[in-house]
Design a protein around this ligand. Structure first.
Ligand SMILES: Nc1ncnc2c1ncn2[C@@H]1O[C@H](COP(=O)(O)OP(=O)(O)OP(=O)(O)O)[C@@H](O)[C@H]1O
Ligand SMILES: [Mg+2]
Length: 369
């Protein structure tokens, strides 16, 4: 193939990254006139780098995950931490964010997955995106911000593993404005399920719930934390499937003046009464409650030999969505969710590194134990 000029190569790189990019979008990104971009595209076709422009059809069953992409750092002190001085520690880095973890679980299970988030123009952002791309996740609709750095969570642990400090820089998610949902609308409109965590601002979550009313996709939401759960509107209608742990459920029910509930089933029914079509409330090893279209049912957790709880909640969500997308009812799907949650507690990583549809199948008997 013929050599490309620098500008042609730049245009090709953008198209390769996002085959949906319009000529004006490419022109703006490169600081060129639209007509110049059009001429480069003609050249790229003549030189054999582009076959043509077509109508792009969505994959029939596809999930979109919206929300947090976070760089997690862990510092494990060698001896008791002392303030105001340097403390020797062992460090480790991993990738997190509820929506990111859910997306990775879904992709590993074989569901076509598109991830929507915002990262900084920094090494962390590039690491997150390239890792997700390697998992086959479509990250073409992730925004990059020059204003803020990629979200980061730092855990400083005492020698015995107890958390001394948790430090969170999540400010970049404030830049996830409702307008971004308009920009990526074709990707949402063509999805079978859209999942969002509560990392985006309240206005963006409200806009997503509002947009769902006239759309074909169904909408699932996870609270992330008691503080972030408060970003959800009081009226939960428009949410098809709401995931919360018992503390998060109580946090949002309390703002309606309700006494805290100890029972997951009552909490799930209360979320349903507040407007959610279906709700799943989790209680760690104590199991889950599903308020579905045929009433509320509880299911025990799958017996596990846990080594690290990180990511269990996210895996539970992904296992459920994966099965719902495949046509299971919510009760049956949530049981697969509990299996994936349990498997994830048995892995040191926040997303099980050996995860596949086959691993899930090989462990399905544990649902009967
Ligand atoms: N010790 C355990 N044994 C078996 N399964 C577990 C255990 N802990 C968690 N799980 C599974 O993971 C699911 C989610 O856990 P949990 O209720 O702790 O959610 P969460 O508080 O949102 O967790 P996260 O902090 O990971 O978001 C549970 O519903 C259960 O299926
Ligand atoms: Mg959770």
């Amino acid at each position: 193939m013929e050599e490309l000029t620098t500008q042609e190569a730049a245009v090709l790189a953008i198209i390769r990254d996002n085959p949906f990019a319009g000529q004006q979008e490419i022109a703006t990104a490169l600081g060129l006139a639209r007509s110049t971009v059009a001429a480069h595209i003609v050249q790229l076709m003549q030189k054999g780098h582009i076959l043509g422009r077509g109508y792009v059809m969505p994959t029939p069953t596809r999930a979109v995950c919206i929300g947090g992409a976070v760089l997690d750092r862990k510092y494990h002190a060698r001896s008791a931490l002392v303030r105001g001085t340097s403390n020797p520690a062992e460090s480790g880095r991993s990738l997190g964010g509820v929506a990111r973890n859910v997306a990775e679980n879904l992709a590993r299970l074989g569901t076509a997955t598109n991830f929507v988030s915002i990262v900084g123009e920094d090494e962390g952002g590039r690491t997150l995106l390239s890792h997700m791309r390697d998992q086959g996740i479509d990250v073409s609709q992730v925004l990059t911000s020059a204003e803020r750095s990629t979200a980061e969570y730092v855990a400083v642990l005492e020698p015995d593993g107890e958390l001394a400090f948790g430090i969170a820089d999540m400010g970049i998610f404030d830049l996830f404005r409702p307008e971004h949902l308009d920009r990526i609308w074709p990707h949402l409109a063509s999805a079978s399920w859209v999942f969002s965590d509560c990392n985006p601002p309240a206005e963006t979550l409200a806009a997503l719930i509002e947009k769902r009313r006239d759309a074909r996709f169904r909408l699932a939401i996870d609270a992330v934390s008691t503080a972030k759960a408060m970003r959800l509107p009081r009226d939960l209608s428009g949410i098809d499937l709401l995931f919360m742990n018992i503390d998060e459920a109580n946090a949002i029910l309390q703002r309606e003046g309700r006494e805290p509930l100890k029972d997951a089933k009552e909490a799930a029914l209360a979320l349903q009464a507040a407007g959610a079509r279906e709700a799943i409330v989790t209680m760690g090893a104590k199991g889950i409650a599903v308020a579905g279209l045929e009433g509320a049912r509880t299911f025990p957790a799958v017996r596990a030999k846990p080594v690290d709880m990180t990511g269990a909640g996210d895996a539970m969500i992904a296992g459920t969505l994966h099965r719902v997308i495949s046509g299971d009812d919510t009760y049956a799907a949530a049981r697969t969710g509990t299996l994936l949650g349990a498997l994830t507690t048995e892995s040191a990583a926040s997303v099980h590194t050996e995860l596949s549809e086959r691993l899930l199948e090989a462990n399905i008997h544990r649902l009967a134990d």
